[in-house]
Design a protein around this ligand. Structure first.
Ligand code: NAP
Length: 243
């Protein structure tokens, strides 16, 4: 079966770079009308040139930024909460500022975007689907990433509560949990060979993810092929979480 999102509007946050950009491109190839939401205007304009998407220039770190972005996006049938940040710090040096900045984007923006999208879906009465981009770090502790791990654990649990409350409205909600993925964020955290080699050794399939690996899983979860999959946290991790 082929995935076809014709006549559906798919909003992707953090679509300017990395995984979000790959997701936006994948959904475009599946015939969705993509609404790309991100922080760097230049990235959005480049993406619009590539795939002809609508763009929303927004900083989702503030409540007002997220509320306005959701309003500007208009009708949303499919939502991918992908925007995320990482501010690596050792546990004892984790600052309240880094903690709050991480939670604001990785968790609160996903809540605010989902509330707005879900209200519209409920009003229209046709259901919808939401995927949250979490991480293997929601379930496996990672040194120097207290705020990040906590934010992704929160996002997994938010996904389950969303599934519980939105399921009766025929709105499916799932998460994907990638391993290290080769994006600007991934390069920042994992380019040091001393860190990279031990992490790679813990992945049974022996490689890090590419953005398209995650994009394929997201497209599947948004599609009718996954129509009984709900409240799941799907590892895209080469088996890391299985060991
Ligand atoms: P990335 O390369 O840093 O790209 C993130 C995108 O999100 C950028 O376009 C960025 O815009 C945008 N963004 C960040 N903060 C934003 C904000 N406040 N408002 C609007 N847009 C914002 O990251 P990535 O590696 O693709 O990560 C995407 C998601 O996957 C994140 O949720 C991340 O936690 C998750 N993930 C990543 C990995 C990995 O190894 N890369 C592994 C597991 C999970 P700017 O460029 O303008 O900041």
């Amino acid at each position: 079966m082929r995935i076809d999102f014709q006549h559906r509007r798919a909003a992707v946050t953090g679509a300017g770079k990395g995984i979000g950009r790959a997701i936006a491109t994948q959904l475009h190839h599946c015939n969705a009308k993509v609404i790309a939401i991100s922080r760097t205007l230049r990235d959005l304009e480049d993406l619009r040139d590539e795939i002809g998407c609508e763009i929303v220039h927004a900083d989702l770190a503030s409540v007002a930024g997220a509320v306005d972005a959701a309003a500007e996006a208009g009708r949303i049938d499919l939502l991918v909460n992908n925007a995320g940040v990482s501010h690596p710090q050792p546990l004892l040096d984790t600052t309240p500022e880094a903690w709050d900045a991480t939670m604001a984007v990785n968790v609160r923006a996903a809540l605010v975007m989902s509330q707005s999208a879900a209200r519209g879906m409920i009003e229209r009465g046709h259901g919808g689907a939401i995927v949250n981009v979490s991480s293997q770090a929601s379930q496996a502790a990672l040194a120097d990433h207290a705020a990040y791990c906590a934010s992704k654990g929160a996002l997994d649990q938010l996904t389950r509560v969303m599934a519980l409350e939105l399921g009766p409205h025929n709105i499916r909600v799932n998460a994907v949990n990638p391993t290290v993925t080769m994006t600007p964020m991934g390069e920042m955290a994992w380019s040091d060979p001393a860190k990279r080699a031990p992490m790679l050794a813990r992945i049974p399939l022996g490689r890090f993810a590419q953005p398209h690996d995650v994009a394929h899983a997201v497209a599947y979860l948004l599609s009718d092929l996954a129509d009984l999959i709900h409240g799941a946290t799907l590892p895209v991790d080469g088996g890391f979480l299985a060991t």
